[in-house]
Structure formats: C-alpha cells, structure tokens
Design a protein around this ligand. Structure first.
Ligand code: URA
Length: 425
C-alpha cells in the first residue's frame, strides 16, 4: 500500500477501501506516513467527505490503534456524556457527580480547551491540588471511591486520534462531520463505557453552526456507538448564547458548585438535569431522581469525594484574576442577543484559553455575564465583567465584543430559544 494512492482516491472523490483505511491509520500512528501526507488526506476528506461505511471503518481503525479500557469489574453500570464543545459549557462538572449520586459509574475522559471553547480539565485545574493525569489503576480507584472520575485520556487510548486531532487543529480540518464523529466516538468506544449521551451543540459558539449539520453529526455518532454495542443517544442543544453566567476556568467551577448546592443559573440546571436523565435511562436506572439528588446535597457529597480523591481541596478558595473591567449597557431596553462565539473569543483573549497546546491558561480569567437574552437592562448598568491577569490585553479582548450584544427598545418582542432543541437516538 502507498499513501499517495490513498490520498489520490479521496482527492478524486473515490471511496476508500477498508484495507486503505486500516493501513493509513496504522502507518500514520507508527510514523510511517508523514504529517504532511496525513494533512493532505484530512483536507481531501474535509472537502469530499466519507460515507457511513468509510466512517465506521475509520473509527474502528482509530480504536484499534490503542488500548481499550475495561470496567467490567465495577458493580454499577457505566454511563458517560460528551459535549462537542461550547462557551460556558461547564455541565460535566455538576453532571458527573450528580449521575454518580444516582447510582451509576461515570468514567469521564475529558479534554482541554483550544480556541474559543473551554476545556473541562483546564476548569478543574483551577482547584488547588486537583490532578487531571491519572494512571488506569488510579482512575479505577477514584471511580470506585467516588462513583465518578473526570480525567485526561491516557496516551494509550486511541493514539491515532491524538496525532490526527493535533494535526487537524493546525491545518483547518477540524469542522468535518466524518472527522469529528470518528474522533469523538473512537475515544468514547475505547474508553469502554456501556452507555453514552452526546451533547451536540448548535449555534455561533459551536463547531456546528446549523441545525441540519448538527443532526447529521449526531445521527452519525449515534450509529457508530450503537454498532459498537454502546447504548448511545444525542441531545441537540443551543449554543447561540453562552451557557450560564460565567465563561472562564475558576469562574465556571464556582458556578458549577452553586448548581451542586441547589442554586445556579436556570439554563445550566435544566441542561444538567436533562443530560442526567438521559444518562441514567441509558444505564437502565430509570427510577433515579437527579432533581432530588441536587436538592438534598447527595450530588454535592459526590463532588467533594471526587475532587478529594483526585488530590484537590474542595474547600480551598478559587483563584481570581488581578484585574476586573466592567462593560455597561449602552441604552435601556431588553437584551436580545449575546453572541456565544464573541464571548468565548473575549474570554480566550483575556487569558482563559490557549493559542497553542503547550500554552498555560489563567485560572481566574474570563467573562461574567450580568444579563442574559430576554433580560431588561438599564443604560449604564453592568452588562459584563471581564477578568484578567494581563490587563494590557484588554483592548484586544474588547475588540471581540464588537456587535456581540444587542439592546432593543423596551417592549421589543423576544422569544428565548429552548435549551434542548432535539433528541436523536
Ligand atoms: N472533539 C473531539 O474530540 N474531536 C473533534 O474532532 C472535535 C471535537
């Protein structure tokens, strides 16, 4: 087999054979296929797509590139959630201990933020002492002790995806349905969860800007999961505006703890409960009552156990940024738009995100939202607070807010988008 013929097949809109796919994934993982060759193939796939047979084989080859985890020794059913990435999407933080409190085991392998979307591990690392990197044995120990674990995927899990995702990130080939579906599902299937709920984000702050694309991505992933024996469903959820009232690492941890304490913003609580019900149903725990577990403190107990088991101090004060800068409402009326992408980009420029994989993030940086679409505002009231340790970047950050929000005259009709748009599976 030679890589140039594989690239030519896809460049000329042909269908890749199973043997071509198996070979190219394996050869790339071993370093026999060069990055520039894989980058050319990824662009050909980005432009010309792959059919369902090709996607299934591509996913299977990426799973086979590494190890598969085995949770069969656990007495509880395993269930997991994966979000395609959004702005202010801190749902994993309250969700994992909540579902654990309801009787399931939640092995949540998570990632870091890149670009305008935040990463669960970056958020949790703002808790003093908390460790993202665990060995497989440590991961199982935390899962047994706390019912849930949120950690980085080990190097042995779908190594082909690790290389390919990093390559796609720097070659403009991320936003491809076949490549996103195979990337996410190879990791989730290799992780060994019995059930999986996908939170597929739609809107300006998501990879999928349009409902039709999100539907296709969700249906592709549900089919891949089901074919591999993982009970998989998907919710399509709104990402036109940020989730909750905070965007940034420590800021989002603080808001997640509010949710676990029985409070927090209504949209975060609604989505956390909707995903918890899906995860518990998929795990066969149909009688569980997640709303009760949030209200009576059992979810909070599980959070504290999970954070402690990973070396963190759940009572330690969270870091805050050195400087705050308030943006006020330009006029009185009703806030009708607050763009997720613009807010995500602002938080990233303030230091909450990274430009390159190896960059550090600021724990305290981010954006606090004092109003959400539909809220009445008065001219001069605080609309946003920007938090940063690098105030010299404020002009660059605030540039991203150009056109990010609209205040319409009072009485302007406004209809809020539902948090959950559709269910697939
Ligand atoms: N998340 C992933 O893990 N892979 C993608 O391709 C996109 C989002």
């Amino acid at each position: 087999m030679d890589v140039i013929s594989v690239i030519r097949t896809k460049r000329d809109r042909g269908e890749l054979t199973g043997d071509q796919i198996d070979w190219v994934i394996d050869a790339y993982t071993r370093g026999e296929v060069a990055h520039e060759q894989m980058s050319s193939l990824a662009m050909a796939i980005f432009l010309n797509g792959m059919n369902r047979t090709e996607i299934a084989r591509w996913t299977a080859a990426m799973i086979a590139s590494g190890e598969r985890m085995d949770f069969s020794a656990l007495t509880r059913p395993t269930t997991d959630k994966h979000s395609t990435g959004g702005v202010g999407d801190k749902i994993t933080l309250p969700l994992a201990p909540l579902v654990a409190a309801c009787g399931a085991a939640v092995p949540q392998l998570s990632g870091r933020g890149l670009g305008h979307t935040g990463g669960t591990l970056d958020k949790l690392e703002s808790i003093p002492g908390w460790r993202a990197h665990l060995s497989n044995t440590e991961m199982l120990d935390v899962l047994s002790a706390a019912g849930s674990v949120i950690c980085a995927a080990g190097d042995g899990l779908a190594p082909a995806d690790k290389k390919l995702y990093a390559l796609r990130d720097v070659t403009g080939t991320v936003e491809s349905i076949p490549l996103i579906a195979s990337s996410i599902m190879s990791k989730k299937i290799a992780e060994g969860t019995g059930a999986l709920v996908l939170d597929v984000k739609v809107g300006s702050g998501a990879f999928m800007k349009h409902l039709d694309d999100a539907r296709e991505l969700a249906a592709t992933m549900v089919e891949l999961g089901t074919d591999h024996g993982v009970r998989t469903t998907a919710l399509l959820t709104d990402m036109a505006t940020p989730l909750g009232r905070t965007v940034g690492n420590a800021l989002e941890v603080r808001e997640s703890v509010e949710v676990l304490a029985g409070g927090g913003p209504a949209d975060v609580v609604e989505l956390t409960l909707a995903l918890a019900r899906e995860m518990l149903d998929a795990a066969g725990l149909k009688d569980a009552n997640p709303a009760k577990a949030l209200a009576d403190g059992t979810a909070m107990d599980h959070w504290r156990r999970m954070i402690t088991a990973q070396g963190g101090d759940p009572d330690a004060p969270l870091p805050s940024a050195r400087e705050q800068h308030v943006i006020t409402a330009p006029s009185s009326g009703v806030l009708t738009t607050l763009d997720a992408y613009a807010i995500g980009l602002t938080a990233w420029r303030l230091g909450a995100g990274r430009a390159r994989k190896e960059d550090p993030v600021q724990a305290g940086a981010g954006v606090e939202l004092h109003a959400k679409p539909g809220d009445a505002v008065v001219a001069g009231q605080p609309l946003l607070t920007l938090h940063t340790d690098t105030p010299e970047k404020l002009p660059y950050a605030t540039e991203a807010l150009e056109g990010a929000y609209t205040v319409a005259p009072s009485g302007t009709a406004f209809s809020a988008s539902p948090v959950v748009l559709e269910r697939i599976g």
